[in-house]
Design a protein around this ligand. Structure first.
Ligand SMILES: [Zn+2]
Length: 466
C-alpha cells in the first residue's frame, strides 16, 4: 500500500476543506525544513495575513495569536514548533456570508494529515503538528504549516485590555483562536455523512495499489476540482477506496454499550469502494450493502444527546459495557444534540449541556454567550490550575500523543469582564433552535468525497436565543 507516501492536504479552510492527496516521500530527520524561531514560552509561529484596513485591529489580532500560543505552550510540552497560517478577513465581503444571526467566527484545521501506523496496527491520519512531536528519525515530508485558520472580521471582537466591558453580541477572540488551534492540533473527527444518506462513515481515502499517479476523481473539470491529480490521467484500474480514521477517532465509544467506533470502521471496510465507478453507483451499492445499516446506526446515535464519547481510559478492554461511574468520570461526552446532524459541529465538539458551565468549556460548538475567556476561567476556578485547557481536554490531548505538562503557570494575566452577565450566570443554549445552514456548510454530496472533506470546525455565535 502506498498510502504511507501520500498525505492529505487542505487548501482553504473556508466552509469546506478542499483536500488533495500530495506526495510526501520519506525523508530523514536532517532533511527537515529549517526550524522557525520559537521561544520557550511560545512554540507557535505565525504566518498572518490581515486582510482588513485597520492596523490597530490587525495588531490586536496578532497579539491574540501570541497569547493563545503561550497558553497552549504552558499546557503542552511541545518538542517541535507549530506553524500557524492564519488569515483575518470579512466573510461578508469575501464569501457573501452576511448572516447576522448566525455568525461564523472562525474555521481551522490541520494543514496536512500524515498517515501513520497506530499502536493497534491500523493506519490513521495524524495532524502534522502531532506527528512532528513523535520525533521519528524518518518521516514523510512535512508541509510548510501545521495549522491553517481563518477568522471572520465581520464581527466586533472583544480584546483583553479593551477599555469597555464585552457586550453581549461580542466574542472574545482569544477563546475563538484557542478553540481553533486545538482543532488544528488534532481535535477533529472524520465521521460524516459523505454520501448524503443520513449514514455516517469515516473519511473515504483513495488508495493506490500501483505506482501510477494518484487518481483524479472525475478528472479535470470534476466538481470541486482535483488539483493533486494528473491532467487527463484518469483513474487507474486498481483504484480502491477505504474508510480511514483520524487519530481522534480511535477512542470514540457508544456510551450505551461501550462499543468502539473503530470496530465499526473495520466492519465498514468489508464494503469494497471501487473508485472506478461513478459516485452515484458507489452510493447506490453502499445503500444496498449489509454495511449500510452500520453507518445508519452511527448517524441515528449521532443525533441523540449523550450517546457518543471519547474514552479517557484507553487501556480498558475494548467493546465492554461502561458502568455509570465510568461514563461519569472516564468519558469526554461529545456533541450529539444537533438533529439533523451538522457537519463541523456534531461529534467534533464536546457536549454543550455538560461542559458549557464546567472547566472544559473550550471545545463547545457555539460561543458561550456573554462571557470572556477570563470569566469562563474565573467561574470554573481554573485560572491558576488548568487555564483555558480543562482537565478532560488535557487527558484527551495526552491520549492522542501530546506530552501534557504536569504543572501549570498562567503565562498571561487576563482581566477582562463582560457587561451583560456576571461570572456566575449559567450559559444555556437551546439546541432545538439551531438552524444552521446545511446548504452552505454540509458536505453530503458524494461527488465531493475524496476531494472535499468537511470543515472540521465552524465555530458559531448564535443569536437566536438569549
Ligand atoms: Zn470548533
Amino acid at each position: 500500500m502506498t498510502l504511507s507516501h501520500k498525505c492529505l492536504e487542505f487548501e482553504e479552510p473556508i466552509y469546506r476543506y478542499k483536500t488533495r492527496m500530495v506526495d510526501c516521500p520519506m525523508v530523514t530527520a536532517n532533511e527537515r525544513r529549517q526550524v522557525p524561531t520559537t521561544t520557550p514560552d511560545n512554540m507557535f509561529t505565525l504566518d498572518f495575513s490581515c486582510m482588513v484596513n485597520d492596523q490597530v485591529l490587525c495588531d490586536k489580532v496578532r497579539n491574540v495569536f501570541i497569547t493563545a500560543g503561550k497558553f497552549i505552550t504552558a499546557t503542552l510540552n511541545l518538542k517541535s514548533a507549530v506553524s500557524v497560517k492564519a488569515q483575518f478577513l470579512d466573510f461578508c465581503v469575501n464569501f457573501n456570508d452576511c448572516d447576522t444571526n448566525e455568525v461564523i467566527l472562525g474555521a481551522a484545521g490541520p494543514a496536512r494529515m500524515i498517515p501513520n501506523q497506530d499502536t493497534d496496527g491500523k493506519i490513521r491520519l495524524y495532524p502534522q503538528a502531532l506527528y512532528k512531536q513523535l520525533n521519528l528519525p524518518e518521516h514523510p515530508q512535512f508541509g510548510p504549516n501545521e495549522i491553517q485558520a481563518t477568522f471572520n472580521a465581520n464581527m466586533t471582537y472583544w480584546f483583553d485590555g479593551d477599555p469597555l466591558p464585552m457586550q453581549f453580541r461580542q466574542a472574545d477572540l482569544l477563546y475563538v483562536v484557542l478553540h481553533e488551534l486545538i482543532h488544528g492540533l488534532g481535535f477533529i473527527n472524520s465521521w460524516n455523512d459523505y454520501m448524503g444518506l443520513q449514514a455516517l462513515t469515516p473519511f473515504i481515502a483513495g488508495i493506490m495499489q500501483s505506482n501510477s499517479p494518484i487518481p483524479t476523481p472525475g478528472g479535470p473539470g470534476a466538481p470541486g476540482g482535483a488539483p493533486g491529480g494528473t491532467p487527463g490521467g484518469g483513474i487507474p484500474p486498481t483504484a480502491k477506496g477505504q474508510f480511514v480514521e483520524l487519530v481522534f477517532d480511535k477512542n470514540l465509544v457508544f456510551l450505551q454499550n461501550g462499543q468502539s467506533l473503530t470496530s465499526l470502521t473495520d466492519q465498514l471496510n468489508n464494503f469494497q469502494i471501487n473508485l472506478n465507478l461513478p459516485d452515484n453507483e458507489v452510493v447506490a451499492s453502499f445503500a444496498k450493502s449489509p454495511q449500510f445499516q452500520i453507518a445508519k446506526n452511527v448517524y441515528d446515535n449521532a443525533v441523540v444527546h449523550g450517546t457518543i464519547g471519547f474514552l479517557l481510559t484507553p487501556g480498558d478492554p475494548p467493546n465492554t459495557p461502561l458502568t455509570a461511574d465510568q461514563i461519569k468520570n472516564n468519558v469526554f461526552l461529545l456533541e450529539t444534540s444537533l438533529n439533523p446532524f451538522v457537519p463541523s459541529s456534531s461529534i467534533g465538539h464536546v457536549d454543550f449541556e455538560t461542559y458549557a458551565n464546567s472547566s472544559d468549556f473550550l471545545m463547545l460548538f457555539t460561543y458561550p454567550h456573554g462571557l470572556t475567556l477570563n470569566e469562563m476561567m474565573t467561574r470554573s476556578g481554573t485560572t491558576n490550575t488548568y487555564g483555558p485547557i480543562g482537565p478532560n481536554l488535557r487527558t484527551l490531548l495526552g491520549i492522542m500523543g501530546y506530552e501534557v505538562k504536569t504543572d501549570y503557570t498562567p503565562p498571561v494575566t487576563l482581566n477582562g469582564s463582560s457587561d451583560t452577565t456576571n461570572a456566575s450566570t449559567t450559559v444555556t443554549f437551546n439546541t432545538t433552535n439551531t438552524t444552521t445552514n446545511n446548504d452552505n456548510h454540509s458536505n453530503s454530496s458524494i461527488v465531493n468525497y475524496n476531494i472535499v472533506l468537511t470543515l472540521f470546525c465552524i465555530l458559531l455565535a448564535n443569536y437566536f436565543v438569549h
